[in-house]
Design a protein around this ligand. Structure first.
Ligand SMILES: *[C@@H]1O[C@H](CO)[C@@H](O)[C@H](O)[C@H]1NC(C)=O
Ligand SMILES: *[C@@H]1O[C@H](CO)[C@@H](O)[C@H](O)[C@H]1NC(C)=O
Ligand SMILES: *[C@@H]1O[C@H](CO)[C@@H](O)[C@H](O)[C@H]1NC(C)=O
Ligand SMILES: *[C@@H]1O[C@H](CO)[C@@H](O)[C@H](O)[C@H]1NC(C)=O
Ligand SMILES: *[C@@H]1O[C@H](CO)[C@@H](O)[C@H](O)[C@H]1NC(C)=O
Ligand SMILES: *[C@@H]1O[C@H](CO)[C@@H](O)[C@H](O)[C@H]1NC(C)=O
Ligand SMILES: *[C@@H]1O[C@H](CO)[C@@H](O)[C@H](O)[C@H]1NC(C)=O
Ligand SMILES: *[C@@H]1O[C@H](CO)[C@@H](O)[C@H](O)[C@H]1NC(C)=O
Ligand SMILES: *[C@@H]1O[C@H](CO)[C@@H](O)[C@H](O)[C@H]1NC(C)=O
Ligand SMILES: *[C@@H]1O[C@H](CO)[C@@H](O)[C@H](O)[C@H]1NC(C)=O
Length: 399
């Protein structure tokens, strides 16, 4: 046991919390260059895929040996004054169609690129008819239908795509929505839900439930004071809603939610976790994962992190990240391995620790001493927050 481990152990007893659920196993260097702008990521069959606008391609990384196999190019660069742009550059959102061995990736010119995962090549270019980026995606494996968002259009819309024919069936526009975020397919009611961060009728955010037959929004579920970005379904009808940074500006508090979409009721309030973009769920652990890259403490100090959250809303761990490229998180469905990109450190791979103890109830800001310490263990200087009764103290450990 070295001094650092000894201090950590001390923290465990001092704060009454127990071991981390994740630990860092690999940092994969950026190739070809360190990106300024990445978008979504996912894991399928032990392979990690990350959209990287700065490199105009999708990174393909084998998690068996944590090695980058290739970067799939062929995306629309859409440079604005020499730099990649969120509205016009690709690749953007991505999703695997597991029963088809295909990856759908939104591109900067409104098209969607279909990649065969057997050859890692683009095999189709689906035009949605929109000129700005096609972004985030959801898939119903039964009807083999994809929903893609068009969030940079003057009137935000979604495109409905037949994955068998690769034809656009139609589009649904959202005249009252002021932004569009993640769509998600709910296998428990076979409906698509679209995250609407803000609309003229719901300033805190809403979920739009789609009917693909009538090509319309059949119902709108209001979300309380969230400005929801990423959404992900867990167990039956349980939707994790990652609230975005504008929640703090608009409503003055930080929280994310689990909603039972069959009733519209908030069943968990994860206090302290905000500033989210992509969120995900892994059936291997039964946990939600939130890329809270714009999270802040109550006093305004930035705490960019990936929050690991149990299905009952208990915060299990915070993995400290950055507020630039760490707005995406992916988790392996088989192994629970977690991957998050951090600009200055590369693509970080975390494995589940051998012993999985829960950390008890979540804290005021939701972070425990061991969580921060171990998450940042490779760094020389580590901020450790100790929980002393209701008070919170920060220490800077120089190692
Ligand atoms: C890593 O693993 C992948 C898939 O198993 C394999 O194709 C690749 O050659 C391996 N790379 C190295 C450097 O071992
Ligand atoms: C591009 O650069 C020009 C000149 O500096 C500036 O006027 C213009 O606003 C920039 N365009 C965008 C979209 O940033
Ligand atoms: C993924 O795994 C399934 C089941 O083993 C296999 O049928 C499929 O071909 C694999 N796809 C890829 C892209 O590896
Ligand atoms: C893909 O489709 C778009 C139309 O949405 C078109 O502008 C673009 O040139 C196509 N790209 C390729 C590589 O064919
Ligand atoms: C909407 O969907 C139709 C298919 O019905 C497609 O042809 C059209 O280009 C789409 N896009 C726009 C912007 O209308
Ligand atoms: C999708 O296209 C296939 C092949 O053209 C067709 O058989 C199927 O009915 C279509 N599905 C939907 C949902 O439109
Ligand atoms: C969806 O639209 C179709 C066609 O208009 C309609 O028959 C059906 O009842 C609608 N479903 C729901 C759940 O509203
Ligand atoms: C969630 O908790 C926060 C306090 O952290 C509170 O301000 C907010 O109103 C709660 N939201 C709901 C829907 O209960
Ligand atoms: C905010 O609070 C943290 C934790 O108490 C502390 O370390 C940090 O210095 C504070 N920042 C400011 C600007 O007060
Ligand atoms: C919440 O879930 C965690 C992890 O599964 C568990 O350890 C904890 O006891 C649960 N808390 C409550 C209040 O049920």
């Amino acid at each position: 046991m070295n001094i650092f481990q000894f201090l950590l152990l001390g923290c465990v007893f001092a704060s009454g919390t127990s071991a981390d659920v994740y630990s860092l196993v690999s940092s994969i260097s950026w190739v070809p260059k360190t990106p300024a702008l990445v978008d979504q990521s996912t894991i399928f069959n032990g392979t990690y895929y990350l959209s990287d606008r700065s490199n105009a391609g999708v990174h393909v990384i084998s998690l068996s040996n944590n090695t980058q196999r290739m970067i799939i190019g062929g995306f629309h660069t859409g440079l604005v004054n020499g730099s990649a742009s969120s509205d016009l550059s690709g690749p953007n959102g991505l999703i695997v169609l597991p029963n088809r061995n295909e990856l759908y990736v939104g591109d900067g010119d409104g098209s969607i690129k279909v990649i065969s995962l057997l050859t890692n090549t683009i095999i189709a270019n689906i035009s949605t008819g929109f000129q700005t980026r096609a972004d985030e995606l959801a898939y119903d494996p039964i009807s083999q239908t994809v929903v893609a968002t068009n969030p940079s259009e003057p009137t935000v819309s979604v495109s409905i795509i037949n994955a068998t024919s690769r034809f656009v069936i139609g589009n649904i526009s959202f005249p009252v929505a002021l932004a569009l975020e993640q769509p998600a397919f709910n296998p428990f009611d076979s409906k698509f839900y679209v995250s609407v961060p803000i609309s003229n009728s719901n300033l805190g955010g809403a979920l739009a439930v789609l009917n693909l037959t009538s090509l319309s929004v059949v119902s709108t579920i209001p979300v309380p004071e969230c400005r929801n970005a990423g959404i992900a379904f867990g167990a039956s009808n349980q939707l994790f809603l990652g609230c975005s940074a504008s929640q703090l500006d608009a409503f003055g508090f930080a929280a994310s939610y689990v909603m039972d979409v069959s009733t519209g009721t908030i069943v968990s309030n994860i206090s302290g976790v905000t500033g989210n973009d992509q969120v995900t769920y892994s059936s291997s652990t039964g946990w939600f994962y939130a890329a809270a890259f714009q999270d802040v403490l109550a006093n305004g100090t930035a705490t960019p992190r990936v929050a690991v959250i149990a299905s009952n809303g208990t915060l299990l761990q915070s993995i400290m990240t950055d507020d630039s490229v760490a707005h995406t998180v992916a988790v392996d469905e088989q192994t629970g391995t977690l991957v998050v990109p951090v600009q200055a450190r590369g693509i970080l791979v975390y494995s589940l620790a051998g012993i999985r103890k829960n950390t008890g109830s979540s804290t005021a800001s939701g972070i425990s001493a061991t969580e921060i310490a171990k998450s940042d263990a490779p760094k020389r200087s580590v901020n450790v927050m100790l929980l002393v009764g209701a008070g919170i103290a920060w220490f800077d450990l120089l190692l």
